[in-house]
Design a protein around this ligand. Sequence first.
Ligand SMILES: [Fe+2]
Length: 221
Amino acid sequence: MARVDLFTFIHKAIRTMLYETGKQLQTADVTDAAELDAVAGAIRSTLRLLDDHAEHEDSDIFPDFKRFDTATIEELEGQHVALHAKEDAVLAALDTVYNTQGDEAKLAAGDELLRAYNEMSAYCLMHMSHEERTALPISIENLTDEQLHGIHAKIESKIPPEVMGQWMRWIIPSMNFHDMRTVLTAIISNAPPAVVDNIGMIATETLGSERWTTIRQRIGV
Ligand SMILES: [Fe+2]
């Protein structure tokens, strides 16, 4: 039976978020105020969720994992610090776009924003793959599924409902059918009806009602 995996599902969601926000940014006309505001909102939301994710790893996963492999976990913590600096560079570049006057200069500032975003995104992608090659096997080899479930539950309990809704909008469309069967069966069989209804609503919105109905029928929930 598949072991409890603290990294792969959430990393799939983060990759979708990075790709989609990157696509929105590289196609946005930053000289159009409404398009700039829309993409700025997407960038800020993406960076908030990235910080949220790193914070959960730093406070609820890594301290416990250090006893198994201190050097690897300290390297991953260092990558979180470096990633945060790259996120700050994105926000600074975004401010510059807002503060730059004139279409030509604004477009040039937009190009710089895109480069800063792509550097942050590439670093984050590399970092997550590194975690899956290092921290994931550390977790599987040293902790039981019950202990891993406990860590997962502790992290989930700290996420406010509104933020959980934001995560679910990235998580649901990022899974293959087998991921969905694992994740949704667990959620739907344990969660209160209001949470299940909310997941159904987000799934309909992000997958379309036809695909969501097919998936529910295949899973049998
Ligand atoms: Fe991380």
